[in-house]
Design a protein around this ligand. Structure first.
Ligand SMILES: Nc1ncnc2c1ncn2[C@@H]1O[C@H](COP(=O)(O)OP(=O)(O)OP(=O)(O)O)[C@@H](O)[C@H]1O
Length: 564
């Protein structure tokens, strides 16, 4: 329940939209009740006047009916418009809020979660939270307000009638949704859990489809998917049944109330104590008013599922980042020399450190190759430079300022890393490149692509720079995706570049051209390269060899030339 209150607190910036949406919903609901009641009154009064042979003023009620009909139709249109706008703003704001909280968690604090699980919380769970306003909060408030107005109006007429109406409204607006929520509790939770499991399994199955098919593990995985799907369907249909039953009960209550009013009022009308037209008006008003309460029971059947979604979303964003932003960020450095002192990194649960006692001074503009076998610690070093993790021991300084003291934004504007498997967004080539520099011109983008030998490939695409790269770059080969990532890093204006095996997998001639372009673009900047290629080592001022997380050798250029 705490999650729900937290969710409602996030509505605050949208109070104006929410208020407008509630007002318009209330106006169109009251117009509907008024329209049905006045129309019933009008038809009965006309019939009674016809039977009695007297004339009545039909201009006023006819005008009222027309006005209420316009108000109802216009109100419903505006209601959809405003309530959906309010919901989209709420959900948009919620996603932005969650994303801002999620960003500092990546990658360290999310490492134990499956990507499908994170995706489900960001997509499925948040979509479910959309219903909280549209299907629960708004209808509940509107029905409550409309009920209070109708009871107040009835009280001027008859206290007993007002009390009866209030009792019915409480039954329909409080008891029925509460009962639906209570009975829907277990299946709604089961549906929410099954949906989460299904999405996580589905994402993993799609991501690993090729290996699954080759190893024959697909049959077992697909059986699991089918099981999750069946669980989800069963749980959702139980929730739907409970909601529909509640909705039907409230609908029937409306019909029962209308019949009761007619049955109780008929003798009074016969005795002349009550006009027959007023009686019909009351019965129809009860029917129309209860219509507003009916969807509540349907929506509240899934209440505990929504609560589970809210819990899952908040549990995700309440995780503690592996690295904390400084309380007060230091001013970004003017110089960019790097100094590592006694730097060690031990991953949680690991038996031995991935990096141990690294001491290293890297002057501004230096070119250094890091070499070493797989697992030597090169990528871990890149993670430390980006502050994806903090050293377990020791310290890294950039231009004399400890990395821990720099804000994430300031640090990432100064040190960039081209990874072996860069993340590409489901957007165009240009969008992916402009992440590095949003104001880069098309000519600059082409130049960056040319530098990594991708210009011809992209020019051959019908949309050129605007060509979509597909989900996570699926339309590009592994090598092309990697080079696009490299082009992005070369385009950035950061003074320190770390390139993780930038030419791995390229043929010798392309590798030579890409290296030349890298060297040209990195002129005046610090260039750190993790590599196995002798040509790349030869182009650097110094080679640092890592093995088992420790520096085992350092060779500066003259010594290198002698050995390569
Ligand atoms: N997230 C992690 N959790 C636990 N251990 C890790 C993690 N990432 C890396 N390691 C371990 O840290 C050590 C150094 O790995 P790292 O990836 O930094 O080496 P590398 O030199 O970059 O190797 P490669 O060239 O294969 O990427 C390895 O023993 C590796 O298993």
């Amino acid at each position: 329940m705490r999650s729900l209150l937290r969710l409602l607190a996030l509505y605050r910036p949208y109070a104006l939209w929410i208020g407008a949406s509630l007002l318009v919903s209330l106006a169109s609901l009251l117009a509907n009740v008024g329209l049905i009641a006045v129309a019933g009154w009008f038809i009965t009064a006309m019939a009674a006047a016809g039977l009695a042979g007297v004339s009545i003023d039909y201009f006023t009620p006819a005008a009222l009916i027309r006005a209420l009909a316009i108000l109802r139709s216009g109100g419903r249109y505006l209601d959809r418009l405003i309530s959906h706008e309010a919901t989209f703003r709420l959900i948009g704001g919620l996603r932005a809020h969650l994303f801002a909280r999620l960003e500092p968690l990546a990658p360290g604090a999310l490492a134990d979660l499956r990507s499908g699980d994170i995706l489900e919380r960001l997509r499925g769970d948040i979509d479910r939270l959309e219903h909280v306003f549209l299907r629960m909060v708004s209808p509940l408030l509107v029905a409550g307000l409309a009920g209070a107005i109708l009871v107040a109006a009835l009280a001027r007429w008859s206290g007993a009638l007002a009390a009866a109406a209030a009792a019915i409204f409480v039954l329909a607006g409080v008891a029925a949704p509460a009962l639906a929520a209570f009975f829907g509790r277990a299946p709604a939770r089961a549906a929410s859990a099954a949906a989460a499991r299904l999405r996580a399994r589905l994402t993993e199955a799609i991501e690993g489809l090729a290996p699954l098919l080759t190893t024959g593990d697909d049959v077992r995985r697909f059986a699991g998917l089918r099981r999750d799907m069946a669980d989800l369907l069963a749980a959702e249909s139980r929730v739907a049944r409970i909601g529909a039953l509640g909705q039907a009960r409230v609908g029937a209550t409306g019909e029962f109330a209308a019949l009761a009013i007619l049955a109780l009022g008929a003798p009074l009308a016969q005795a002349g104590a009550l006009k027959s037209s007023d009686l019909v008006m009351g019965a129809l008003a009860a029917l129309a008013a209860l219509e507003a309460f009916a969807p509540l029971a349907g929506a509240f059947g899934g209440f505990y599922g929504v609560l589970a979604s809210a819990d899952r979303v908040f549990a995700l964003i309440d995780r503690k980042p592996v690295v904390a932003e400084p309380d007060e960020a230091a001013s970004p450095p003017e110089k960019f020399d790097l100094r590592l002192r006694g730097v060690s990194l031990t991953y949680p649960g690991a038996a031995r450190p991935a990096l141990s006692q690294i001491d290293c001074d890297i002057a501004e503009g230096a070119r250094i190759a890091f070499v070493g076998p797989s697992g030597a610690g090169k990528s871990s070093l890149a993670d430390l430079l980006l502050r994806f993790r903090d050293p377990s021991l020791g310290e890294i300084r950039l231009g004399g300022v400890a990395l821990r003291k720099l804000s994430r934004r300031a640090l990432h504007a100064r040190i960039v890393v081209a990874r072996q498997n860069p993340h590409l967004f489901t957007a165009s080539v240009a969008d992916n490149l402009r992440l590095a520099r949003s104001d880069a011109t098309d000519a600059e983008l082409w130049a960056a692509l040319a530098a990594v030998g991708l210009e011809e490939t992209i020019r051959a695409l019908p949309l050129g720079l605007e060509a979509p790269v597909g989900v996570a770059g699926e339309k590009l080969s592994g090598g092309q995706a990697k080079r696009l990532g490299l082009a992005r890093v070369l385009l950035s204006a950061a003074p320190v570049l770390f390139l993780d095996e930038p030419t791995e997998g390229l043929d010798a001639e392309t590798a030579r051209r890409v290296l030349a372009a890298i060297l040209k673009r990195a002129e005046g900047r610090t260039l750190l390269i993790a590599t196995h290629r002798p040509a790349e080592m030869a182009a650097m001022d110094q080679v640092i060899a890592l093995d088992g997380g420790v520096i085992v050798a350092r060779k500066s250029q003259p010594a290198l030339r002698a050995t390569i």
